[in-house]
Design a protein around this ligand. Structure first.
Ligand code: GUN
Ligand code: FE
Length: 444
């Protein structure tokens, strides 16, 4: 859904090169030596011969290079970037208490925020992502610093001042009215590419009054929402105690009107969904951010990504730094494929409990089939990108694009475009990105 429309044309041009994008979760569209046309910041399509009507447009000759859609990170914590790859010996709730909360408390200091968010923004600017949904901290001033930096970077982002007021250190407890203060500051800036997103951290951190007020704000101001859902078994048991009247974890968000149904909503994880949660996610059009690396690192489990896809649930990928170590969504694609194979192997082994059955959702016949390149690439580009109306080169999509110079990933035998994409997913580094466009504007 388009949340941030380009306010003006970003230039009209044509890129020539080896174009690959996702048609649907099962189909790659690959066009060797083709013409990708950008009009007014949107894709006008891919052509094997340039139509006469576009022959007068400036032509960027990138022959021999891979031209891919920009990637979307549906779930990342900017203040956690500084401690990525540290504290990986802890499970979610202990990790939050011992690592995440103490680090996030430091963002009450704007100069610390400027330093930390500067490092974060530079890393995502140089990476393959063009869109991101970001958790900040509870601090409005620090969150504005992050928003200013992201706006300057040229990336498109939705940024959330985190809301939390229970089960956390006193220094991270939000006071009443801070969300409105932050929203007002945010509106004053008149950003082009940076929007606000309401961000209740997760049910255990948010009291009923806070959740109720956020639900009302989402409806009355037409704001999107992001949070965490059914990530870890201890967390889920805790939510059951905290919300005994709700049918399940997803139901608790729904009961506070923070769960889709006209409110664009992203829920990270869904590692252990109940059947009722799957139905509610689907009915309410909630996006799931699949975060395979984080789910591995902080011991949450293996999310049933194939089952979510089979149920027609919109799924994108999240790096979930710093539960995840790597901010690249190429890396998340590879991880998604790899953990889907482990999930099948575990379920089939007599020693291992079938992953994902504990909470009761039945596993369908096809639900354990490992993900392939097509599906993982779709999730990281078109799947998550759909939240922003981008992620593919279908006509009318907002024009986010990567030019990849993969010459040094060559093999001693010919590689198809699909082969080159696969190598790029697993082997490319930021240095392979020769150019990056967001809404038709070159930012790298
Ligand atoms: N649940 C609540 N907060 C967090 C967080 O910061 N990271 C992850 N992975 N899960 C959470
Ligand atoms: Fe997270």
């Amino acid at each position: 859904m388009p949340l941030n429309q380009p306010s003006q044309a970003e230039g009209d041009f044509v890129l020539r090169g080896d174009v690959v994008y996702s048609g649907d979760p099962l189909t790659l569209r690959a066009f060797p030596d083709a013409f990708l046309v950008c009009r007014a910041g949107k894709s006008a399509g891919v052509f094997t011969r340039l139509p006469a009507e576009y022959s007068g447009l400036p032509l960027e000759d990138r022959r021999g290079k891979l031209i891919l859609p920009g990637l979307t990170d549906l779930h990342i914590h900017a203040p956690q970037f500084g401690f990525r790859a540290l504290g990986m010996d802890l499970e979610l709730l202990d990790w939050l208490e011992k690592r995440a909360f103490p680090e996030e408390a430091k963002f009450s200091d704007p100069s610390y925020a400027r330093l930390a968010y500067g490092l974060f923004t530079e890393a995502v600017r140089r990476g393959p992502g063009t869109r991101l949904c970001v958790f900040a901290t509870i601090h409005p001033e620090a969150t504005m610093i992050l928003q200013d930096l992201l706006e300057e970077s040229g990336l498109v982002s939705l940024v959330g001042k985190v809301s939390m007021d229970r089960n956390c250190p006193a220094s991270l407890r939000e006071e009443q009215g801070t969300v409105e203060t932050w929203l007002a500051l945010s509106a004053e800036r008149k950003y082009r590419n940076t929007g606000p997103i309401l961000t209740p951290r997760f049910i255990p951190s948010c009291g009923d009054d806070l959740l109720r007020s956020l639900g009302k704000l989402a409806r009355s101001r037409d704001l999107p929402v992001q949070s965490h859902l059914s990530e870890n078994r201890r967390e889920i048991a805790w939510v059951r105690e905290l919300c005994p009247a709700s049918a399940h974890y997803a139901g608790a968000y729904r009961d506070f009107d923070l769960f889709g149904g006209g409110i664009p909503t992203i829920m990270a994880h869904c590692v252990w969904p109940e059947e009722g949660e799957l139905q509610l996610i689907r009915e309410r059009g909630v996006y799931v951010a699949h975060c395979p690396q984080s789910n591995t690192n902080i011991g949450s489990g293996i999310a049933p990504a194939r089952r979510l896809l089979n149920r027609g649930i919109p799924v994108g990928l999240g790096s979930d730094v710093a539960g995840g170590i790597h901010s690249s969504i190429f890396r998340a694609m590879g991880d998604a494929i790899q953990v889907s194979k482990l999930r099948k192997a575990l379920a089939e082994s007599s020693a291992g409990a079938p992953a994902g059955t504990a909470a009761g959702a039945p596993i369908g016949e096809d639900d354990l089939r490992p993900l392939g390149l097509e599906e993982a690439f779709w999730m990281g580009s078109a799947g998550g990108g759909a939240f922003f109306n981008t992620g593919s080169f279908e006509e009318g999509k907002e024009f986010d694009c990567l030019v990849i110079d993969d010459a040094d990933l060559a093999a001693p035998f010919p590689l198809s475009l699909r082969d080159r994409l696969e190598r790029t997913v697993y082997l490319s580094e930021d240095r392979h990105i020769q150019a990056k466009y967001v809404r038709g504007k070159r930012i790298l």
